[in-house]
Design a protein around this ligand. Structure first.
Ligand code: NCD
Length: 304
């Protein structure tokens, strides 16, 4: 068993490359290993894609899946986060997939788990490493390699865990990163960070080989960080016209705010990779579960 899967820098380039290759092998495998492990999916925050794709990935690998959502659980009776995790571990879960709204919660969780391996499915604004891996897998499907490729990340980068994990992984894989965001939603990066900063979305799209569009979290407007949804759309939305004027591929982790950061019809654009991201999400999560629960199979069965 490998221990804990928390952040892209902690995983490092070799484990990331292994998972990316393994996901590709799984795409073409007729039969996948049946791990028979117990996997707990513990979500303290809402989710559709991430949760369902982890559940499906675990089921395809013949795992027993127990699913926990904070609403309706003993959390409502005052049970602590740590006790909930210990309970899942005591039931025999070998892997616990955790989503929580607090940044850094996975590190706190890791300290209470001696046996079960923790998989970060999104912690607050900090990291969402399986999303970055599925985004990278999707880009690799199209480009073969990310070396020197220009990837623009457009939208609320400041509050986005997807931004932070994508940024770390794409850089590791040799891509050039561009950021396009309203001034108050620009991420805090070191002054000398090797990124292109764009204030004009058309310029960013013209520069990019691919654009990752991020959700505008509506509460940012209430907080006064963007003047209005209409203003945001006019300046930063990746509209059909803007996509057609560029040659960039378009990604979005979902859920989309249709007509705010991305046109609803853009999801179906010939250069949209959004459906492929969802498909790859299942493959990446299968790869992560194999790499954690049965790392010996990576070499023995998949020759990676
Ligand atoms: C993202 C998330 O929840 O971090 N979505 C996802 O996992 N598919 C992005 C978002 O919520 O905007």
């Amino acid at each position: 068993m490998h221990h804990h899967f928390l952040t892209i820098p902690q995983l490092g380039i070799e484990r990331c490359q292994t998972i990316l290759r393994l996901a590709e092998k799984l795409r073409h495998s007729d039969a996948v290993p049946q791990l028979g492990a117990t996997v707990a999916v513990a979500f303290f925050e809402p989710s559709t894609r991430t949760r369902l794709s982890f559940e499906l990935a675990a089921q395809r690998l013949g795992c027993h899946v127990v699913s926990f959502s904070a609403p309706g659980s003993s959390i409502e009776k005052g049970e602590s986060f740590a006790d909930t995790l210990r309970t899942l571990q005591a039931m025999g879960a070998q892997a616990i997939v955790l989503r929580h709204s607090a940044s850094g919660s996975v590190h706190a969780a890791a300290r209470v788990l001696a046996r079960a391996a923790l998989i970060n499915a999104g912690d607050g604004m900090a990291e969402h490493p399986t999303q970055a891996l599925l985004d990278a897998r999707t880009l690799l499907d199209v480009f073969g390699s990310l070396d020197g490729k220009r990837i623009a990340i457009i939208g609320d980068c400041l509050h986005s865990r997807v931004f932070r994990s994508d940024y770390a992984l794409f850089q590791m894989l040799g891509a050039q990163i561009g950021i396009c965001a309203p001034p108050l939603l620009m991420p805090h990066l070191p002054k000398d960070a090797a990124v292109e900063r764009f204030s004009d979305v058309d310029v960013a799209l013209a520069w990019a080989d691919a654009a990752v569009v991020l959700r505008l979290q509506r509460e940012r407007m209430a907080a006064g960080l963007v003047p209005s949804l209409a203003d945001y759309r006019r300046r930063y939305a990746v509209t059909l016209e803007r996509i057609d004027r560029s040659s960039a591929y378009v990604l979005h982790p979902g859920p989309v705010n249709p007509g705010v950061e991305l046109d609803a019809a853009a999801v179906e654009h010939p250069r949209s990779l959004i459906a492929r991201q969802v498909t790859n999400g299942v493959l990446i999560r299968m790869a992560v579960l194999i790499e954690i629960v049965a790392p010996e199979l990576v070499q023995q069965s998949f020759h990676i």
